[in-house]
Design a binder for this molecule. Structure first.
Ligand code: IPE
Ligand code: IPE
Ligand code: MG
Length: 254
């Protein structure tokens, strides 16, 4: 089911409904303190907790977090292994709290790559929160923007082959429904911590008109004040979606 929303124009104090975050800088945070990189990832989990709570208390309806990219498998085996363990532990510890806080949890990304016990806990975590009606928390795991386009194309062609659609019915709106997050409004605000100004194969289709916010703050140091700062910055943007600034003013958004 697609959640309806008016195109969120920003400006005039409208808060972002969907915030998508690349949580970057855990490793450098740890290295600067003379710690092992995994200590940075552990500290990053604390930040996730704080940001999820802050989003739940705000007007944000959907929070999408990039936790592990399809390229992160290239990291040393030990780091990948520790990240998987950390994820499993976090799931085990957090799901009850998410249920209590009315958060609905979902995962996007290719699941086949994970160990069976991981796949099982992803399914169980989603099932445990399926009836929650508060914040939608989406965790991107083994996710890549190009993977997403490819999986949408694959599923769409399966539907065409099965006679459920014809090629001439395929338009942007239909493709959008096959993409991950298809049931949500597109992200209004994108945040990347850690100082890099790149997308790193995160949501390629969905970020077409998202406001992009980059901060040098490393993810373990990002907190609810920084989230509030990013949201304030978002509110100061005039979102034109191709129109002129004058048109936007006449539409009453400024
Ligand atoms: C982001 O922090 C977390 C993951 C990619 C899993 P990094 O681990 O990329 O931290 P830096 O960029 O090396 O500092
Ligand atoms: C992006 O961060 C992926 C996640 C935060 C999960 P990376 O640290 O992997 O990105 P690059 O490799 O520096 O572009
Ligand atoms: Mg990084």
């Amino acid at each position: 089911m697609k959640i309806d929303f008016e195109q969120n124009m920003g400006l005039g104090a409208s808060a972002p409904k969907h915030v998508a975050i690349i949580m970057d800088g855990n490793g450098r945070w740890a290295e600067r303190k003379g710690l092992l990189r995994i200590a940075g990832h552990k500290s990053g989990v604390e930040t996730v907790r704080e940001i999820v709570a802050a989003a739940g208390e705000s007007e944000v309806k959907v929070l999408t977090l990039f936790a592990f990219s399809s390229e992160n498998w290239r990291r040393p085996e030990t780091e990948v292994g520790l990240l998987m363990e950390l994820l499993l532990t976090a799931l085990r510890q957090e799901v009850k709290k998410l249920v209590r806080n009315n958060v609905r949890l979902r995962f996007i990304g290719g699941r086949d790559a994970f160990a069976p016990k991981m796949i099982k806990s992803l399914i169980e975590a989603e099932a445990a929160t399926v009836n929650n009606t508060g914040l939608n928390l989406v965790i991107a795991l083994n996710y890549g923007g190009r993977w997403d386009v490819a999986q949408a194309a694959r599923r769409l062609s399966e539907d065409v082959l099965a006679g459920r659609r014809t090629p001439d019915q395929i338009n942007e709106s239909v493709v959008g429904q096959y993409m991950s997050l298809g049931e949500f409004p597109e992200p209004d605000l994108f945040i990347r911590t850690g100082g890099e100004q790149r997308i790193s194969n995160f949501l390629l289709w969905q970020l077409a008109y998202t406001e992009l916010y980059f901060t040098d703050i490393l993810w373990p140091d990002f907190g609810k004040q920084e989230l509030a700062r990013a949201i304030e910055w978002f509110k100061s943007r005039q979102r034109r979606f191709g129109r002129t600034g004058q048109q936007i003013k006449q539409m009453g958004h400024a």
